[in-house]
Design a protein around this ligand. Structure first.
Ligand SMILES: NC(=O)c1ccc[n+]([C@@H]2O[C@H](COP(=O)([O-])OP(=O)(O)OC[C@H]3O[C@@H](n4cnc5c(N)ncnc54)[C@H](OP(=O)(O)O)[C@@H]3O)[C@@H](O)[C@H]2O)c1
Length: 373
Protein backbone atom coordinates (compact mmCIF):
# COMPACT_ATOMS: atom_id res chain seq x y z
CA UNK A 1 0.00 0.00 0.00
CA UNK A 2 1.57 3.34 -0.99
CA UNK A 3 0.70 7.01 -0.73
CA UNK A 4 -1.45 6.88 -3.81
CA UNK A 5 -3.62 4.13 -2.45
CA UNK A 6 -3.91 6.01 0.83
CA UNK A 7 -5.10 9.00 -1.19
CA UNK A 8 -7.47 6.81 -3.14
CA UNK A 9 -8.97 5.49 0.07
CA UNK A 10 -9.33 9.06 1.33
CA UNK A 11 -11.20 10.05 -1.81
CA UNK A 12 -13.24 6.89 -2.14
CA UNK A 13 -14.59 7.03 1.38
CA UNK A 14 -14.79 10.81 1.71
CA UNK A 15 -12.84 10.96 4.94
CA UNK A 16 -12.84 14.72 5.25
CA UNK A 17 -14.88 14.27 8.44
CA UNK A 18 -12.21 12.09 10.09
CA UNK A 19 -9.52 14.63 11.10
CA UNK A 20 -7.22 12.14 12.87
CA UNK A 21 -6.90 10.10 9.73
CA UNK A 22 -6.43 13.02 7.35
CA UNK A 23 -3.65 14.29 9.63
CA UNK A 24 -1.89 10.90 9.67
CA UNK A 25 -2.04 10.54 5.90
CA UNK A 26 -0.71 14.06 5.51
CA UNK A 27 2.17 13.19 7.86
CA UNK A 28 3.15 10.24 5.73
CA UNK A 29 2.74 12.22 2.56
CA UNK A 30 5.13 14.84 3.90
CA UNK A 31 8.06 12.43 4.05
CA UNK A 32 10.55 12.06 1.18
CA UNK A 33 9.51 9.09 -0.92
CA UNK A 34 12.84 7.25 -0.57
CA UNK A 35 12.65 7.23 3.22
CA UNK A 36 9.04 6.27 3.37
CA UNK A 37 8.16 3.79 6.09
CA UNK A 38 5.96 1.37 4.18
CA UNK A 39 4.84 -0.33 7.36
CA UNK A 40 3.58 3.02 8.58
CA UNK A 41 1.74 3.71 5.34
CA UNK A 42 0.02 0.36 5.16
CA UNK A 43 -0.96 0.62 8.81
CA UNK A 44 -2.31 4.05 8.13
CA UNK A 45 -4.35 2.79 5.23
CA UNK A 46 -5.81 -0.03 7.32
CA UNK A 47 -6.63 2.53 9.97
CA UNK A 48 -8.20 4.73 7.33
CA UNK A 49 -10.47 1.84 6.31
CA UNK A 50 -11.30 1.07 9.93
CA UNK A 51 -12.05 4.70 10.79
CA UNK A 52 -14.33 4.81 7.77
CA UNK A 53 -16.16 1.75 9.07
CA UNK A 54 -16.32 3.02 12.66
CA UNK A 55 -17.43 6.58 11.93
CA UNK A 56 -19.78 5.42 9.21
CA UNK A 57 -23.53 5.33 8.80
CA UNK A 58 -25.42 2.25 9.95
CA UNK A 59 -29.07 1.29 10.11
CA UNK A 60 -30.67 -0.48 13.09
CA UNK A 61 -34.10 -1.96 12.41
CA UNK A 62 -36.66 -1.91 15.24
CA UNK A 63 -34.45 0.66 17.02
CA UNK A 64 -36.83 1.24 19.93
CA UNK A 65 -36.83 -2.40 21.06
CA UNK A 66 -35.16 -3.81 24.20
CA UNK A 67 -32.01 -5.09 22.53
CA UNK A 68 -31.90 -2.59 19.66
CA UNK A 69 -32.05 0.42 22.01
CA UNK A 70 -28.94 -0.85 23.78
CA UNK A 71 -27.26 -1.47 20.45
CA UNK A 72 -28.08 2.09 19.33
CA UNK A 73 -26.62 3.36 22.61
CA UNK A 74 -23.37 1.45 22.03
CA UNK A 75 -23.14 2.46 18.35
CA UNK A 76 -23.57 6.14 19.23
CA UNK A 77 -20.91 5.84 21.94
CA UNK A 78 -18.57 4.35 19.32
CA UNK A 79 -19.09 7.35 17.03
CA UNK A 80 -21.44 5.87 14.44
CA UNK A 81 -24.16 7.79 12.64
CA UNK A 82 -27.29 5.72 13.25
CA UNK A 83 -30.47 5.53 11.21
CA UNK A 84 -32.99 3.74 13.42
CA UNK A 85 -36.22 2.40 12.00
CA UNK A 86 -39.42 2.49 14.08
CA UNK A 87 -43.02 1.94 13.15
CA UNK A 88 -44.26 5.18 14.64
CA UNK A 89 -41.71 8.03 14.67
CA UNK A 90 -44.36 10.37 16.11
CA UNK A 91 -44.70 8.37 19.32
CA UNK A 92 -42.59 10.62 21.55
CA UNK A 93 -43.23 8.60 24.71
CA UNK A 94 -42.01 5.36 23.16
CA UNK A 95 -38.90 7.00 21.64
CA UNK A 96 -37.82 9.46 24.37
CA UNK A 97 -35.24 7.01 25.75
CA UNK A 98 -33.47 6.99 22.38
CA UNK A 99 -33.30 10.77 22.19
CA UNK A 100 -31.75 10.86 25.68
CA UNK A 101 -28.77 8.73 24.57
CA UNK A 102 -25.35 10.40 24.35
CA UNK A 103 -24.75 11.55 20.77
CA UNK A 104 -28.39 11.03 19.74
CA UNK A 105 -29.12 14.66 18.95
CA UNK A 106 -26.09 14.87 16.66
CA UNK A 107 -25.96 11.41 15.10
CA UNK A 108 -29.30 9.61 15.41
CA UNK A 109 -32.12 9.79 12.90
CA UNK A 110 -35.35 7.84 13.33
CA UNK A 111 -37.36 6.89 10.26
CA UNK A 112 -40.55 4.98 9.70
CA UNK A 113 -40.43 1.43 8.32
CA UNK A 114 -42.55 -1.69 8.67
CA UNK A 115 -41.30 -5.23 8.09
CA UNK A 116 -44.48 -6.19 6.35
CA UNK A 117 -44.49 -3.33 3.80
CA UNK A 118 -42.48 -4.17 0.70
CA UNK A 119 -39.63 -1.69 0.11
CA UNK A 120 -40.37 0.06 3.39
CA UNK A 121 -36.68 -0.02 4.44
CA UNK A 122 -35.24 1.31 1.15
CA UNK A 123 -34.80 4.90 2.30
CA UNK A 124 -33.48 4.01 5.75
CA UNK A 125 -30.89 1.59 4.40
CA UNK A 126 -29.73 3.48 1.28
CA UNK A 127 -26.25 4.96 1.88
CA UNK A 128 -25.60 2.91 5.04
CA UNK A 129 -22.41 0.84 5.22
CA UNK A 130 -23.86 -1.45 7.85
CA UNK A 131 -27.31 -2.82 8.63
CA UNK A 132 -28.17 -4.38 12.00
CA UNK A 133 -31.44 -6.20 11.51
CA UNK A 134 -32.89 -6.80 14.98
CA UNK A 135 -36.62 -6.07 14.46
CA UNK A 136 -38.80 -9.06 14.90
CA UNK A 137 -42.54 -9.14 14.28
CA UNK A 138 -44.91 -10.15 17.03
CA UNK A 139 -46.90 -12.31 14.65
CA UNK A 140 -43.95 -14.58 14.30
CA UNK A 141 -44.31 -17.21 11.62
CA UNK A 142 -44.58 -16.08 8.00
CA UNK A 143 -43.86 -12.41 8.85
CA UNK A 144 -40.46 -13.30 10.36
CA UNK A 145 -39.21 -14.68 7.03
CA UNK A 146 -41.02 -12.09 4.91
CA UNK A 147 -39.78 -9.21 7.09
CA UNK A 148 -36.18 -10.43 6.95
CA UNK A 149 -36.27 -10.81 3.17
CA UNK A 150 -37.85 -7.38 2.88
CA UNK A 151 -34.95 -5.79 4.81
CA UNK A 152 -32.38 -7.79 2.81
CA UNK A 153 -34.09 -6.72 -0.42
CA UNK A 154 -33.41 -3.09 0.56
CA UNK A 155 -29.81 -4.02 1.45
CA UNK A 156 -29.36 -5.45 -2.06
CA UNK A 157 -30.32 -2.10 -3.62
CA UNK A 158 -27.71 -0.22 -1.55
CA UNK A 159 -24.30 0.08 -3.27
CA UNK A 160 -22.65 1.41 -0.06
CA UNK A 161 -23.42 -1.76 1.89
CA UNK A 162 -20.43 -3.37 3.61
CA UNK A 163 -22.02 -5.95 5.93
CA UNK A 164 -25.37 -7.00 7.40
CA UNK A 165 -25.57 -8.27 10.97
CA UNK A 166 -28.74 -10.22 11.65
CA UNK A 167 -30.00 -10.86 15.19
CA UNK A 168 -30.98 -14.48 15.18
CA UNK A 169 -31.31 -16.56 18.37
CA UNK A 170 -29.69 -19.48 20.16
CA UNK A 171 -33.06 -21.20 19.73
CA UNK A 172 -32.01 -21.78 16.10
CA UNK A 173 -29.29 -24.11 17.42
CA UNK A 174 -30.69 -26.02 20.38
CA UNK A 175 -34.21 -27.20 19.42
CA UNK A 176 -33.18 -30.70 18.39
CA UNK A 177 -33.07 -34.09 20.06
CA UNK A 178 -30.51 -35.93 17.96
CA UNK A 179 -27.22 -34.71 19.39
CA UNK A 180 -24.61 -36.09 21.74
CA UNK A 181 -25.18 -34.13 24.97
CA UNK A 182 -21.51 -34.66 25.90
CA UNK A 183 -20.49 -32.39 22.97
CA UNK A 184 -21.46 -28.73 23.46
CA UNK A 185 -23.58 -27.33 20.63
CA UNK A 186 -21.86 -24.84 18.36
CA UNK A 187 -22.76 -22.75 15.30
CA UNK A 188 -22.77 -25.79 13.04
CA UNK A 189 -25.94 -26.99 14.75
CA UNK A 190 -29.40 -26.10 13.41
CA UNK A 191 -32.70 -26.62 15.19
CA UNK A 192 -34.98 -29.19 13.65
CA UNK A 193 -37.97 -27.56 11.94
CA UNK A 194 -39.96 -30.78 12.41
CA UNK A 195 -39.25 -30.90 16.15
CA UNK A 196 -40.17 -27.21 16.51
CA UNK A 197 -43.50 -27.92 14.83
CA UNK A 198 -44.15 -31.03 16.93
CA UNK A 199 -43.37 -29.17 20.16
CA UNK A 200 -45.17 -26.05 18.84
CA UNK A 201 -42.19 -23.84 19.66
CA UNK A 202 -43.17 -21.17 17.16
CA UNK A 203 -40.49 -18.66 18.13
CA UNK A 204 -37.64 -21.14 17.50
CA UNK A 205 -39.33 -22.24 14.28
CA UNK A 206 -39.71 -18.67 13.00
CA UNK A 207 -36.16 -17.64 13.93
CA UNK A 208 -34.70 -20.78 12.31
CA UNK A 209 -36.69 -20.26 9.12
CA UNK A 210 -35.82 -16.55 9.02
CA UNK A 211 -32.09 -17.15 9.50
CA UNK A 212 -32.02 -19.91 6.90
CA UNK A 213 -33.86 -17.67 4.43
CA UNK A 214 -31.39 -14.86 5.15
CA UNK A 215 -28.39 -17.10 4.42
CA UNK A 216 -29.94 -18.30 1.18
CA UNK A 217 -30.76 -14.76 0.02
CA UNK A 218 -27.36 -13.33 0.98
CA UNK A 219 -25.43 -16.18 -0.63
CA UNK A 220 -27.41 -15.75 -3.85
CA UNK A 221 -26.99 -11.98 -3.87
CA UNK A 222 -23.39 -11.83 -2.58
CA UNK A 223 -24.32 -9.85 0.54
CA UNK A 224 -21.80 -10.07 3.39
CA UNK A 225 -23.98 -11.46 6.22
CA UNK A 226 -22.99 -12.30 9.79
CA UNK A 227 -25.54 -13.61 12.28
CA UNK A 228 -25.54 -13.26 16.08
CA UNK A 229 -27.37 -15.92 18.07
CA UNK A 230 -28.09 -14.54 21.54
CA UNK A 231 -29.25 -16.70 24.40
CA UNK A 232 -31.88 -15.27 26.77
CA UNK A 233 -30.97 -11.58 27.10
CA UNK A 234 -30.75 -10.16 30.62
CA UNK A 235 -30.05 -6.60 31.68
CA UNK A 236 -31.47 -3.13 32.11
CA UNK A 237 -34.30 -2.14 29.83
CA UNK A 238 -33.98 1.28 28.21
CA UNK A 239 -37.50 1.44 26.67
CA UNK A 240 -40.30 2.54 29.03
CA UNK A 241 -42.25 -0.71 28.64
CA UNK A 242 -40.83 -4.19 29.18
CA UNK A 243 -40.55 -6.58 26.23
CA UNK A 244 -41.86 -10.11 26.75
CA UNK A 245 -38.57 -11.64 27.94
CA UNK A 246 -37.94 -8.78 30.40
CA UNK A 247 -41.51 -9.22 31.73
CA UNK A 248 -40.82 -12.92 32.22
CA UNK A 249 -37.76 -12.09 34.32
CA UNK A 250 -39.78 -9.64 36.41
CA UNK A 251 -42.44 -12.32 36.96
CA UNK A 252 -39.76 -14.79 38.11
CA UNK A 253 -38.33 -12.28 40.56
CA UNK A 254 -41.85 -11.76 41.93
CA UNK A 255 -42.26 -15.47 42.58
CA UNK A 256 -44.03 -16.75 39.45
CA UNK A 257 -42.86 -20.02 37.93
CA UNK A 258 -45.14 -20.20 34.89
CA UNK A 259 -43.01 -18.28 32.37
CA UNK A 260 -39.72 -19.96 33.30
CA UNK A 261 -41.05 -23.47 33.87
CA UNK A 262 -40.93 -24.23 30.17
CA UNK A 263 -37.29 -23.08 29.79
CA UNK A 264 -35.92 -25.95 31.84
CA UNK A 265 -32.34 -25.30 30.88
CA UNK A 266 -31.35 -22.01 29.23
CA UNK A 267 -28.36 -19.92 28.14
CA UNK A 268 -28.15 -16.35 29.47
CA UNK A 269 -26.25 -13.30 28.27
CA UNK A 270 -25.87 -9.67 29.38
CA UNK A 271 -27.63 -7.15 27.10
CA UNK A 272 -24.47 -5.05 26.85
CA UNK A 273 -22.50 -8.12 25.75
CA UNK A 274 -25.06 -8.79 23.01
CA UNK A 275 -24.76 -5.22 21.73
CA UNK A 276 -20.94 -5.33 21.87
CA UNK A 277 -20.93 -8.67 20.11
CA UNK A 278 -23.03 -7.23 17.24
CA UNK A 279 -20.54 -4.37 16.85
CA UNK A 280 -17.50 -6.65 17.08
CA UNK A 281 -18.69 -8.94 14.31
CA UNK A 282 -19.63 -5.92 12.20
CA UNK A 283 -16.22 -4.29 12.57
CA UNK A 284 -13.99 -7.36 12.58
CA UNK A 285 -12.64 -7.89 9.10
CA UNK A 286 -12.37 -11.65 9.56
CA UNK A 287 -15.80 -12.23 11.14
CA UNK A 288 -18.03 -14.55 9.12
CA UNK A 289 -20.94 -16.94 9.51
CA UNK A 290 -22.89 -17.45 12.73
CA UNK A 291 -21.87 -16.47 16.28
CA UNK A 292 -23.41 -17.98 19.40
CA UNK A 293 -23.68 -15.29 22.05
CA UNK A 294 -24.18 -16.86 25.47
CA UNK A 295 -22.37 -16.55 28.78
CA UNK A 296 -23.72 -19.45 30.85
CA UNK A 297 -26.18 -22.29 30.30
CA UNK A 298 -27.93 -23.35 33.51
CA UNK A 299 -31.01 -25.19 34.76
CA UNK A 300 -33.88 -23.21 36.27
CA UNK A 301 -33.21 -24.73 39.71
CA UNK A 302 -29.60 -23.58 39.62
CA UNK A 303 -30.64 -20.11 38.49
CA UNK A 304 -33.15 -19.59 41.29
CA UNK A 305 -30.68 -20.90 43.83
CA UNK A 306 -28.09 -18.28 42.73
CA UNK A 307 -30.69 -15.51 42.70
CA UNK A 308 -32.28 -16.40 46.08
CA UNK A 309 -28.87 -16.45 47.75
CA UNK A 310 -28.08 -13.05 46.26
CA UNK A 311 -31.47 -11.45 46.79
CA UNK A 312 -32.96 -13.09 49.89
CA UNK A 313 -35.67 -10.45 50.20
CA UNK A 314 -37.21 -11.34 46.82
CA UNK A 315 -39.87 -14.08 46.67
CA UNK A 316 -37.93 -16.06 44.05
CA UNK A 317 -39.39 -19.57 43.46
CA UNK A 318 -37.58 -22.38 45.28
CA UNK A 319 -37.65 -24.86 42.41
CA UNK A 320 -39.28 -26.11 39.24
CA UNK A 321 -40.89 -29.29 37.97
CA UNK A 322 -38.29 -31.49 36.26
CA UNK A 323 -38.68 -31.66 32.47
CA UNK A 324 -37.70 -34.53 30.23
CA UNK A 325 -35.31 -32.51 28.05
CA UNK A 326 -31.87 -33.25 26.66
CA UNK A 327 -28.98 -31.71 28.57
CA UNK A 328 -26.92 -29.28 26.48
CA UNK A 329 -24.07 -26.80 26.70
CA UNK A 330 -22.99 -24.13 24.21
CA UNK A 331 -19.53 -23.96 22.73
CA UNK A 332 -18.88 -20.22 22.33
CA UNK A 333 -15.22 -20.50 21.36
CA UNK A 334 -15.92 -18.87 17.97
CA UNK A 335 -16.83 -15.45 19.40
CA UNK A 336 -14.26 -15.84 22.19
CA UNK A 337 -11.57 -16.36 19.54
CA UNK A 338 -12.25 -12.77 18.41
CA UNK A 339 -11.24 -11.65 21.90
CA UNK A 340 -14.76 -11.47 23.34
CA UNK A 341 -15.37 -12.06 27.05
CA UNK A 342 -18.86 -12.59 28.55
CA UNK A 343 -20.04 -11.17 31.85
CA UNK A 344 -21.16 -13.71 34.47
CA UNK A 345 -24.77 -14.49 35.35
CA UNK A 346 -24.57 -12.59 38.66
CA UNK A 347 -23.63 -9.35 36.94
CA UNK A 348 -26.40 -9.54 34.33
CA UNK A 349 -29.09 -10.13 36.97
CA UNK A 350 -27.65 -7.46 39.30
CA UNK A 351 -27.88 -4.90 36.49
CA UNK A 352 -31.34 -6.08 35.51
CA UNK A 353 -32.67 -5.99 39.09
CA UNK A 354 -31.15 -2.57 39.71
CA UNK A 355 -32.94 -1.21 36.65
CA UNK A 356 -36.28 -2.81 37.61
CA UNK A 357 -35.98 -1.22 41.06
CA UNK A 358 -35.15 2.17 39.48
CA UNK A 359 -38.20 1.88 37.25
CA UNK A 360 -40.33 1.21 40.34
CA UNK A 361 -41.32 -2.25 39.08
CA UNK A 362 -39.60 -4.18 41.86
CA UNK A 363 -38.80 -3.36 45.43
CA UNK A 364 -35.94 -4.72 47.50
CA UNK A 365 -35.82 -4.67 51.26
CA UNK A 366 -33.46 -1.80 52.15
CA UNK A 367 -31.10 -4.25 53.90
CA UNK A 368 -30.67 -6.19 50.67
CA UNK A 369 -29.72 -3.64 48.08
CA UNK A 370 -27.36 -4.61 45.25
CA UNK A 371 -24.95 -7.10 46.79
CA UNK A 372 -21.27 -6.32 47.14
CA UNK A 373 -19.33 -8.59 44.83
N1 LIG B 1 -34.83 -10.74 24.26
C1 LIG B 1 -34.21 -11.90 24.15
O1 LIG B 1 -33.96 -12.61 25.13
C2 LIG B 1 -33.72 -12.35 22.80
C3 LIG B 1 -32.94 -13.50 22.71
C4 LIG B 1 -32.46 -13.91 21.45
C5 LIG B 1 -32.77 -13.19 20.32
N2 LIG B 1 -33.56 -12.08 20.43
C6 LIG B 1 -33.86 -11.35 19.19
O2 LIG B 1 -33.49 -9.99 19.37
C7 LIG B 1 -34.31 -9.15 18.57
C8 LIG B 1 -34.89 -8.05 19.41
O3 LIG B 1 -35.71 -8.63 20.43
P1 LIG B 1 -36.15 -7.83 21.73
O4 LIG B 1 -36.14 -8.81 22.84
O5 LIG B 1 -35.36 -6.59 21.83
O6 LIG B 1 -37.68 -7.56 21.39
P2 LIG B 1 -38.55 -6.21 21.40
O7 LIG B 1 -38.17 -5.31 22.49
O8 LIG B 1 -39.96 -6.70 21.37
O9 LIG B 1 -38.19 -5.54 20.02
C9 LIG B 1 -38.72 -5.96 18.80
C10 LIG B 1 -38.72 -4.78 17.87
O10 LIG B 1 -39.26 -5.26 16.61
C11 LIG B 1 -40.03 -4.23 16.08
N3 LIG B 1 -41.13 -4.74 15.24
C12 LIG B 1 -42.10 -5.63 15.55
N4 LIG B 1 -42.92 -5.81 14.50
C13 LIG B 1 -42.46 -5.00 13.52
C14 LIG B 1 -42.87 -4.72 12.19
N5 LIG B 1 -43.94 -5.32 11.65
N6 LIG B 1 -42.15 -3.83 11.47
C15 LIG B 1 -41.08 -3.20 12.00
N7 LIG B 1 -40.63 -3.42 13.24
C16 LIG B 1 -41.30 -4.31 13.99
C17 LIG B 1 -40.64 -3.47 17.25
O11 LIG B 1 -40.78 -2.16 16.77
P3 LIG B 1 -41.74 -1.03 17.33
O12 LIG B 1 -40.91 -0.31 18.34
O13 LIG B 1 -42.07 -0.24 16.15
O14 LIG B 1 -42.92 -1.71 17.98
C18 LIG B 1 -39.60 -3.63 18.34
O15 LIG B 1 -38.79 -2.49 18.42
C19 LIG B 1 -35.36 -10.08 17.93
O16 LIG B 1 -34.93 -10.41 16.64
C20 LIG B 1 -35.34 -11.30 18.84
O17 LIG B 1 -35.77 -12.45 18.18
C21 LIG B 1 -34.03 -11.63 21.63
Amino acid sequence: MDILSAEMIMNKYDLSHVPVISERVKDCRGQPIGLLDRECISLTCREVEMEWVKGGKVCVTGAAGFLASWLVKRLLLSGYHVIGTVRDPANEKKLAHLWRLDGAKERLKLVKADLLEEGSFDDAIMGCQGVFHTASPTEILEPAVKGTLNVLGSCKKNPSLRRVVLTSSSSTVRARDDFDYKIPLDESSWSSLELCETLQVWYALAKTQAEKAAWEFCNENKIDLVTVLPAFVIGPSLPPGLCSTASDVLALLKGETEQFQWHGRMGYVHIDDVALCHILVYEHEGASGRYLCSSTVIDNDELVSILSARYPSLPIPKGFEKLDRPYYEFNTSKIRSLGFKFRPIEEMFDDCIESLVEKGLLSLHSAHQRPLS
